[in-house]
Design a protein around this ligand. Structure first.
Ligand SMILES: Cc1cc2nc3c(=O)[nH]c(=O)nc-3n(C[C@H](O)[C@H](O)[C@H](O)COP(=O)(O)OP(=O)(O)OC[C@H]3O[C@@H](n4cnc5c(N)ncnc54)[C@H](O)[C@@H]3O)c2cc1C
Ligand code: SF4
Length: 494
């Protein structure tokens, strides 16, 4: 424990993000770092609890409590406090292949279950994690570490999101020759083409991919398994196959006017935007532009926030974001006690930018879209909504009920549907005859990751359903461990 009285003496402090009105003028990351002295102070707030809930990584009420990859948080806090940054990095890499990603994008369930959080603001765990990872790269401590010997076994990983990358990293470490197949033109899954550059710089994703390549992982892009190359062919060519294809089917809103021009899935908008940024730095028009448009984002969550932040950078004319649920309370409620994930109101980066430009949080709560209407050219021009209240039926189930007379029309030139994802696509699972669970995900037991087909494993959003980067890393590591056990009869992977 770095400083026994640190939690009494020091207040929580986070690095100031770049100012909203300045950062919407570019695509650079909005994160900044604390000084080394301040990081030491923040690490000194860690109490090194006897039972550190921050690294438990369990599900309570369906939400993560503690770090899903069981990061050894009190240990690296202590090392940072003592200035032993390289050792802190080693501890961090023991459980997390990609701390430079989680340090930027993780919602930090560790902080929700930090014991200090019972009486005071929690330890700034995520900030310290990012600082350790970034310092590791700056100092040149993170270098390729190819395995000392090869096993002679070959594994195909399909999908290069955080689950596929973590799985590949671990299997390669065990000496297997790993080939990662990706249908997009760049590696990274939603790290590359979902989460926008201002939240996670694509050079940071590419840096890790390059490192994995130098460690011996092979990457094959522009290859859609199941269409370009049959999934069954992989089964013949490789000793094992790990499916990490994500939950890529977006939830639709099949109401009147859905087929009008200007109504898009959020992921189409975000993918096209990052692609343009990386291909030609917007020297041509973006495929889907929000510039000078009335933009409406339907749905909250990370995807909705990223649409808001992206539309702000396109210089939209106005922006509204609809949420069918009620606005969360400002503080934990009695039915949401510590160490559960705190379900509280939060102004995320996109909403903060919209508020700075337009004067208010763009989110409207308890609102339901009933219809899109268009102009003579078949382009969306307005959206029609009603307000709702949530009513409980005799079985205890809540459903939204329209409030009479609350109809409203909103001007809209661009509508982005960010209502979540339904599960994986069929083709590859059907070709391999992999069973599904009740939610249409690839069926494989938690902790085992083996599907009903021998030698075929599934991990990440494809198995778990739409989730988080940190869970994808957890699943990719677990699937690698079980795949290694299948190949070798035993495993030393964690
Ligand atoms: C817009 C957006 C923002 C998000 N922001 C955050 C955030 O801030 N923090 C957070 O923790 N989580 C966030 N998430 C969730 C997080 O990104 C996902 O949970 C995570 O990426 C899942 O990882 P994965 O590896 O399972 O799948 P993915 O990242 O979806 O990767 C799957 C990959 O498989 C490829 N693929 C699919 N089928 C095939 C095939 N047949 N052949 C070849 N390749 C194939 C896809 O092209 C894709 O690249 C966000 C999600 C979205 C959509
Ligand atoms: S990965 Fe997420 S939950 Fe784990 S320590 Fe980092 S911020 Fe916390």
């Amino acid at each position: 424990m770095g400083k026994p009285t640190g939690f009494i003496e020091y207040q929580r402090e986070l690095p100031e993000s770049r100012s909203p009105l300045e950062r919407v003028r570019d695509w650079r990351e909005f994160h900044t770092h604390l000084s080394a002295q301040k990081l030491k102070t923040q690490a000194g707030r860690c109490m090194d609890c006897g039972v550190p809930f921050c690294h438990t990584g369990t599900l309570i009420s369906g939400m993560a409590s503690g770090c899903p990859i069981n990061n050894l948080i009190p240990e690296w806090n202590d090392l940072v406090y003592r200035g032993l940054w390289k050792q802190a990095l080693e501890r961090l890499h023991k459980t997390n292949n990609f701390p430079e990603f989680t340090g930027r994008v993780c919602p930090a369930p560790c902080e929700g279950s930090c014991v200090l959080g019972i009486i005071d603001p929690p330890v700034a765990i995520k900030t310290i994690e990012q600082a350790i990872a970034d310092k590791g790269f700056e100092e040149g401590w993170i270098v390729p570490e190819p395995p000392p010997q090869r096993s002679g076994k070959k594994v195909a990983v399909v999908g290069s999101g955080p689950a596929g990358l973590a799985c590949a990293a671990q299997l390669n470490r065990a000496g297997h020759q790993v080939t990662v197949y990706e249908r997009a033109d760049r590696v990274g899954g939603l790290l590359m083409y979902g989460i926008p550059n201002m939240k996670l710089d694509k050079a940071i994703v590419q840096r890790r991919v390059d490192l994995l390549a130098r460690e011996g992982v092979l990457f094959v892009t522009n290859t859609d398994i199941g269409k370009g190359l049959a999934a069954t062919a992989l089964r013949e060519k490789f000793d094992a196959v790990v499916l990490c294809c994500g939950a890529t089917r977006p939830r639709d809103l099949p109401i009147e006017g859905r087929n009008l021009e200007g109504v898009h899935f959020a992921i189409e908008f975000l993918h096209a935007n990052t692609r343009h940024l990386l291909d030609n730095n917007f020297s041509s028009n973006t495929v889907i532009s929000a510039k000078d448009k009335h933009v409406i984002v339907i749905g909250g969550g990370d995807t909705g926030t990223d649409c808001v932040g992206t539309a702000m950078r396109h210089q939209c004319k106005s922006l509204a974001q609809f949420e069918i649920m009620a606005r969360p309370p400002g503080a934990r409620q009695p039915d949401n006690p510590w160490p559960e994930w705190p379900k509280v109101y939060k102004l995320d980066y996109g909403q903060e930018e919209a508020a700075a430009r337009f004067g208010d949080d763009p989110r409207a709560y308890l609102i339901m879209t009933e219809q899109f209407s268009g102009n003579d050219n078949g382009h969306v021009r307005a959206l029609h909504t009603v307000n709702v209240e949530w009513i409980q039926d005799g079985n205890g189930r809540f459903s939204p009920k329209k409030i009479p007379g609350s109809d409203r029309e909103w001007p809209a030139d661009l509508v982005l549907l960010a209502m979540g994802f339904l599960g994986p696509e069929d083709v590859i699972l059907d070709q391999l005859a992999v069973e599904r669970d009740g939610r249409s995900n690839a069926k494989a037991e938690e902790g085992k990751y083996a599907t009903n087909i021998a030698g075929v494993f599934a991990a990440g959003d494809m198995r778990r359903g739409q989730s988080l980067v940190v869970w994808a890393i957890h699943e990719g590591r677990g699937a690698a461990r079980e795949c290694d056990r299948y190949l070798m009869g035993t495993t030393a992977l964690p």
